[in-house]
Design a protein around this ligand. Structure first.
Ligand code: OAD
Length: 226
């Protein structure tokens, strides 16, 4: 089984989704801030958005959706979880076999690509905005995938392999950001049984759509399969 997750799994932890009125920050949309062009134009504003999110995530704790999926990842060794989320809550819940499709908000990398490998930094708030690269003193950026940037080829290859599966759960994503959204389509094209869990389902073609919150629906399924 493969589980594809998006921002909706962290909604129950109090982290706003990207789309929807509560997802906005100072009336900016993710599409306006999560781009190399936005960073080149105004690194301080982009960093302020990430720092705001880092502080919110640092205060949050994994919810029942994260916990049930973490438990399944230990019980069912064939389970792979591919997440678009950069918050690290799946990992904090103890999930095994996580593929981070869009990177991590807790890692930074050098904007000037000076050769320094991405580095972890869990300080929230960061002491200085914008942050700087410790190797070259140029600008640092969040080590996440921005709109217009490619997915790491190894991450993409492993994710695509993972959707050659019998059952694919698509949890808490609007399925509009590609190539992540293509994974569920690929799963279905390869005859996986695709189940969507979302209070507002219908974003992608699936075999079964369960209308409900991830933290409630996964809890109920977990009780049924125990
Ligand atoms: P979105 O904000 O686009 O969609 C969140 C989805 O979660 C919506 O379909 C909601 O209906 C659903 N939802 C809300 N509460 C939920 C709950 N309690 N349980 C289950 N589902 C719930 O988030 P993503 O699809 O993850 O990318 O967004 C994809 C990408 O767009 C993100 O990874 C990020 C963003 O811009 C980049 O930054 C590159």
């Amino acid at each position: 089984m493969t589980v594809l997750t998006g921002a909706g799994v962290s909604a129950g932890s109090g982290i706003p989704t990207f789309r929807g009125s509560e997802g906005l920050w100072k009336s900016f949309r993710a599409e306006d801030l999560a781009t190399p062009e936005a960073f080149a134009r105004d690194p301080k504003t982009v960093w302020e958005w990430y720092d705001w999110r880092r502080q919110m995530i640092a205060r949050a704790v994994p919810n029942r959706a994260h916990q049930v999926l973490a438990d399944w990842s230990r019980r069912f060794p064939g389970l792979t979880l591919v997440t678009q989320n950069v918050d690290g809550l799946h990992e904090r819940a103890g999930t095994e076999n996580v593929i981070r499709f869009h990177g991590s908000i807790w890692e930074l990398s050098c904007w000037d690509a000076c050769g320094r490998e991405p580095w972890p930094d869990d300080r929230a708030p960061l002491p200085e905005l914008p942050a700087h690269c410790p190797a070259c003193a140029g600008l640092a950026r969040p080590a996440v995938v921005w709109f217009g940037e490619p997915i790491d080829p190894d991450v993409l290859a492993r994710s695509r392999r993972s959707v050659k599966c019998e059952v694919c759960l698509v949890v808490g994503t609007s399925s509009i950001v590609y190539p992540a959204a293509a994974l569920a389509e690929e799963a279905r094209a390869q005859n996986a049984y695709v189940v969507e869990i979302n209070p507002e389902p219908g974003a992608s073609a699936v075999d079964l759509a369960i209308a409900g919150k991830a933290e409630e629906v996964l809890e109920r399924i977990d009780v049924l399969i125990r």
